[in-house]
Design a protein around this ligand. Structure first.
Ligand code: HEM
Length: 182
């Protein structure tokens, strides 16, 4: 009888462990997009981030000619796509959109600091924050044109901003181009 009891106990323990392992696997399989809270959470972070950038004299001169609606739309789309969400990024490449903007390393870091402040405001946990920042870090090489720690540098007078988006596109939203369930 004792043997049967201990066998039953061992089986219970094993099945308990199996359940725990599969729960962990499901967590690991969740995309960063889902762990961040989906499109509405990304929109809220980008919105807060845009406010910080606009007020940050270390970088705000660079946005003087920019159509902010287009920028916000493409930022949401880019983060959604890069984190495994149901979006396809349709903006310009990082190289093309930042060409002749003369962004420095110091300005790049300032912008990342503003993004971190927004992620902190929305209590994005450390692992998700790190994962998102690691996805953006490789873009630095295509964005920075001036190897310098300087900030607050002028936008060159001949910088040409991208065209505004159509009203139809803005109304449809950044995730309208991919039909995966949200
Ligand atoms: C990881 C860092 C960065 C990411 C992910 C990023 C992403 C983007 C995206 C998605 C766009 C929109 C492109 C389009 O609409 O076609 C854009 C445009 C722009 N970015 Fe960045 N960017 C970064 C760093 C920076 C920095 C450091 C600055 C300046 C300090 C900057 C200034 C701008 C400006 C001014 C535009 C608008 C250009 C225009 O008016 O055509 N970006 N960026």
């Amino acid at each position: 009888m004792r043997k049967v009891m201990s066998l039953a106990f061992a089986l219970c323990l094993l099945s308990g462990l199996a359940v725990a392992a599969s729960a962990q696997e499901t967590m690991a399989k969740k995309s960063l997009y889902d762990r961040l809270g989906g499109l509405e959470a990304i929109k809220a972070v980008v919105n807060d981030f845009a406010g910080r950038v606009a007020a940050d004299t270390r970088i705000n001169k660079k946005f003087a000619k920019t159509n902010i609606e287009r920028l916000g739309f493409h930022l949401v789309q880019q983060i959604c796509a890069a984190t495994g969400g149901p979006c396809k990024y349709e903006g310009l490449s990082m190289k093309k959109s930042h060409t002749n903007m003369k962004v420095t390393d110091g300005e790049f870091n300032a912008l990342v600091e503003d993004l971190v402040a927004s992620l902190d405001k929305f209590n994005v946990p450390e692992p998700e924050k790190k994962e998102l920042l690691s996805a953006l870090a490789p873009m630095q090489a295509d964005i920075v044109e001036v190897k310098s720690t300087a900030t607050g540098t002028e936008l060159p007078a001949n910088f040409k901003p991208a065209k505004p988006l159509s009203k139809k596109k803005v109304a449809a939203g950044p995730a309208a181009n991919k039909t995966k369930k949200m």
